[in-house]
Design a protein around this ligand. Structure first.
Ligand code: HEM
Length: 500
C-alpha cells in the first residue's frame, strides 16, 4: 500500500512539473519542450556541436521574432525584435540581471559582482568598476606589449613552416599572463608554462572550472551543486586556484599602506585588499545597505570571477582574430599597411592606437561575425508588456537577448551580414541600430571589462602584425568550426607564423 502511494504521488508530481514547467502556454510560440531537457536535445545543443547562436537563428526562422526556448528547466523568452531589445536594456527598473548569473554562475562564485543585484551589486561595483574605465587602464600598455613580445619570442624559435594548432591555448596563456599583471600585479608566468610544472596547474584548474560551467548552465542547480560538491577533480581545481589567489593577496599585504593607497585607484588587487572588512562578524549582521567593504570570502569570489571573465573572453576573441587573419590575406595586408603608414616603427602609444581605424574595424567585424558570447539575459522584475511586439511578460520571467543572432540579422545591416567585411564599420553599416551590434551587452549590466578587452586586442594585434604574417596552415588543419564552451571557441585553427 505504502509503495503504491509513493508511486501515485510521484506520478502526480511529475504531471504537475510537466504542466507547470515544460508546457507551452499562452500566445508566445515555441517548440513543445521535453520533460527535464527542455529544448536542449531537439535543438541539437546537448549532443550536437551546434553553437547556440545558430540555434537562435534557426528558431527565429521557424517561430518569428519572439519565442519560448527551454534550456533544461529554465524557460526563456527569446527576443529578436530589436526595438524591444532596446527597451529591455533601457529599463533597468523592470529588467535586472538574468537568472543564469544569479542562480547558475552563483554556484561557482556567489559573492562576485556578476551574481548580485541591488545594494550588494552597488557595494561591489564601487570597489571594482572604476578600475576598468578607459582612463584607468591606459597605464597597462607596456604590460600588454611585454606579454606579446614573450609570445613572439617563443614563435621566433619555431620554423615558419610549423603549423600552430594550439592557438586557442596560446591566446589563453597570453591573456592570463597579461590579466594577472594588470589586475593582480602578479606574474602567473603562463606564457612559458611548459618551463615549470607548477604553472600548468593553474591554467589546468581554470580550464576545468570553465569547462564545468557549460554543464551548470544546462542542469538544475541542485544537481550541479551536488555534482560539484562530490567531484574530486573540481575540488582539487578550487584548492589549486585558492592557493594562487591567497598568494596574490599575501603579496599585496606585504606592500606598504602608502603604496596600496596610491595604487588602489588603478589596481584591482590593491582596491580589493584595501576594502577588506576589519570586523567581518559585525558587518555580516548589518543590513546590506549599511555594509561597508568586502569580506575575505567576497574577495576570493571577486578575484576568481574577474580572473575567468578577464582571460577567457578576450583570449577567445584573439584566437578568432588570428583565425580570420589567416583566412583573409587582403585584410591582413591592409592592417599591416595602416601600421606602416602610421610610421610608428615598433613603438606603440595610446595616440597611435587611436589612429588604427581599420584595425578597429577588423576587431569589430571579428566580434560581430565570430561572436565570443552568444547573448545575455535579464529577469523581469515587474509584469510588463514589450512595446514593439506587444508581448506580455510576467515577474520572474527570463528574457534572453540573442546578440549573436542580431549581428547576423539582415534587417539591421546594409551589407550582407554573412560576409566577413570589416569596411562595413567605416561606411554603410556605421550608422546601424544601436542594438544590432552588442558584443559587450548593454544597459546597467553591460561588460565592465570592455575598454580593457579592446585595448588588449588592439595592442596585441598591432604588435604581432608589425612583426609577423599569419598564414593559413592548410585544409588539413585550418578547417574552422566552433565549440560552445563558456565562450564560443574556434575549433580547428592551424596557422603558420612568418617573421618579416
Ligand atoms: C572580448 C572580450 C569580452 C567580451 C566579448 C565580453 C562580453 C561580456 C558580456 C556579453 C557581458 C554581459 C553584459 C550584459 O549582460 O549586458 C559581460 C559582462 C561582464 N564582463 Fe565581459 N567581456 C569581455 C571581456 C571582459 C574582461 C576583460 C573583463 C574583466 C575586466 C570582463 C568582465 C565582465 C564582468 C565583471 C561582467 C559582469 C557585469 C555585471 O554583471 O554587471 N569582461 N561581458
Amino acid at each position: 500500500m505504502f509503495v503504491f502511494l509513493v508511486i501515485f504521488f510521484a506520478i502526480l508530481w511529475l504531471i504537475y512539473i510537466k504542466l507547470k514547467c515544460f508546457t507551452l502556454r499562452g500566445p508566445v510560440p515555441g517548440q513543445p519542450p521535453h520533460f527535464f531537457f527542455g529544448n536542449l536535445i531537439q535543438s541539437g545543443l546537448l549532443f550536437g556541436s551546434k553553437p547556440i547562436s545558430d540555434v537562435y537563428i534557426s528558431y527565429k526562422e521557424r517561430f518569428g521574432d519572439i519565442y519560448l526556448f527551454w534550456v533544461g528547466f529554465t524557460r526563456y523568452t527569446i527576443v529578436h525584435n530589436i526595438d524591444d531589445v532596446q527597451y529591455i536594456f533601457n529599463n533597468r527598473n523592470k529588467y535586472d540581471q538574468g537568472s543564469i548569473f544569479l542562480e547558475k554562475v552563483s554556484i561557482l562564485v556567489p559573492d562576485s559582482i556578476i551574481c548580485n543585484i541591488g545594494a550588494k551589486f552597488k557595494r561591489h561595483g564601487a570597489i571594482t568598476m572604476p578600475l576598468f574605465r578607459r582612463n584607468k587602464i591606459l597605464s597597462n600598455i607596456n604590460i600588454i606589449i611585454d606579454g606579446t613580445d614573450q609570445l613572439l619570442d617563443r614563435w621566433r624559435t619555431q620554423s615558419s613552416e610549423h603549423v600552430h594548432t594550439d592557438i586557442v591555448e596560446q591566446c589563453q596563456n597570453l591573456l592570463l599572463e597579461v590579466f594577472g599583471m594588470i589586475a593582480f600585479d602578479y606574474d602567473l608566468e603562463t606564457i612559458n608554462e611548459n618551463l615549470s610544472e607548477n604553472k600548468n596547474e593553474l591554467t589546468e584548474a581554470l580550464k576545468y572550472i570553465v569547462d564545468v560551467f557549460r554543464m551548470i548552465t544546462y542542469a538544475p542547480s541542485i544537481i550541479s551543486t551536488t555534482y560539484l560538491k562530490y567531484n574530486p577533480r573540481y575540488q582539487r581545481a578550487r584548492t589549486t586556484i585558492e592557493r594562487y589567489l591567497n598568494n596574490m593577496v599575501e603579496q599585496e599585504l606585504t606592500e606598504s599602506l602608502d603604496s596600496r593607497t596610491e595604487r588602489k585607484k588603478i589596481s584591482l588587487i590593491a582596491s580589493l585588499v584595501s576594502s577588506l572588512q576589519t570586523d567581518e562578524k559585525a558587518e555580516a549582521v548589518k543590513k546590506e545597505e549599511d555594509k561597508k567593504g568586502i569580506s575575505r570570502k567576497e574577495l576570493f569570489d571577486e578575484m576568481l570571477m574577474f580572473l575567468i571573465a578577464g582571460y577567457e573572453t578576450t583570449s577567445t576573441a584573439l584566437a578568432w582574430c588570428i583565425y580570420q587573419l589567416s583566412k583573409h590575406p587582403r585584410i591582413q595586408e591592409k592592417i599591416k599597411k595602416e601600421l606602416i603608414d602610421d610610421n610608428t616603427g615598433q613603438y606603440l602609444s595610446f595616440d597611435h592606437l587611436d589612429s588604427f581605424v581599420y584595425l578597429d574595424c577588423f576587431i569589430n567585424e571579428v566580434l560581430r561575425y565570430s561572436p565570443t558570447t552568444d547573448g545575455t539575459s535579464r529577469t523581469v522584475v515587474v509584469d510588463d508588456c514589450l512595446p514593439s511586439s506587444g508581448t506580455r511578460l510576467y515577474k520572474g520571467d527570463q528574457v534572453l537577448i540573442p546578440s549573436s543572432a542580431l549581428a547576423r540579422d539582415d534587417r539591421h545591416w546594409k551589407i550582407d551580414p554573412n560576409l566577413f567585411y570589416p569596411e562595413r564599420f567605416l561606411n554603410e553599416d556605421k550608422h546601424r541600430h544601436p542594438c544590432a551590434f552588442l558584443p559587450f551587452g548593454n544597459g546597467h549590466r553591460q561588460c565592465i571589462g570592455q575598454d580593457l578587452a579592446r585595448l588588449e586586442l588592439r595592442i596585441i594585434l598591432a604588435r604581432m602584425l608589425q612583426q609577423v604574417t599569419i598564414g593559413d596552415g592548410g585544409p588539413e588543419f585550418n578547417t574552422g568550426g566552433c565549440i560552445q564552451r563558456l565562450t564560443i571557441v574556434p575549433k580547428h585553427v592551424g596557422v603558420t607564423i612568418q617573421f618579416s
